[in-house]
Unconditional design. Structure first.
Length: 182
């Protein structure tokens, strides 16, 4: 099994692998080109990395992706300035969802063991945002989190646990604030 296959399957993988380094370089180059010159052509080259990019999706300059290959954006998704998508596992963003400026989605994490970290081991868990989710600016969503349909993440929150549908969460760590109306 290649390191890319290990990464995609959720197994421990080594990010220093030549194929993974090349994929990250390609993603960084396309993100940088789009950030420097947000033309339709550069946007097409960027989103060509993605597994899926729906219709009427809008991406502001400054987006960063680790690989791009594990990103699925549904229709009418909006990524504001400076979003970071560390996609060592799948990142799926549902229809009509909005990410505020500087939102970070981290699928990748490191072992707690210093010896394992020194060997370059990493692993990842997917992040899924449902339909019509709003993630406020500067929020961070950690590995393995699922956010239910119509949920709202208040600006500056750190989301460590999955969020049910139709609720507002806020804080560090993010906690339930209130249920939202249908």
């Amino acid at each position: 099994m290649t390191e890319f296959e290990k990464m995609r399957s959720g197994a421990v993988f080594n990010p220093l692998d030549a194929e993974l380094r090349q994929l990250r370089f390609q993603a960084r180059e396309r993100c940088a080109r789009f950030g420097h010159a947000p033309t339709p052509g550069n946007l097409r080259r960027l989103t060509a990395l993605f597994d899926r990019c729906g219709q009427h999706t809008f991406i502001e300059p400054g987006v960063q992706a680790d690989y791009g290959t594990q990103i699925r954006l549904a229709d009418r998704v909006y990524l504001n300035f400076g979003c970071v998508l560390l996609d060592s596992a799948w990142i799926e963003i549902g229809e009509s969802s909005l990410l505020g400026p500087g939102v970070h989605l981290y699928t990748v994490t490191h072992p707690l063991s210093a010896a394992q970290r020194a060997q370059g081991e990493e692993y990842a868990s997917p992040i899924t945002l449902g339909r019509n989710v709003w993630v406020g600016g500067q929020s961070i969503i950690l590995p393995g989190v699922t956010v239910g349909d119509h949920a709202v993440i208040a600006a500056g929150s750190v989301v460590r646990e999955s969020v049910p549908a139709r609720v507002l969460v806020a804080g560090n760590p993010a906690r339930w604030v209130k249920d939202l109306p249908d």
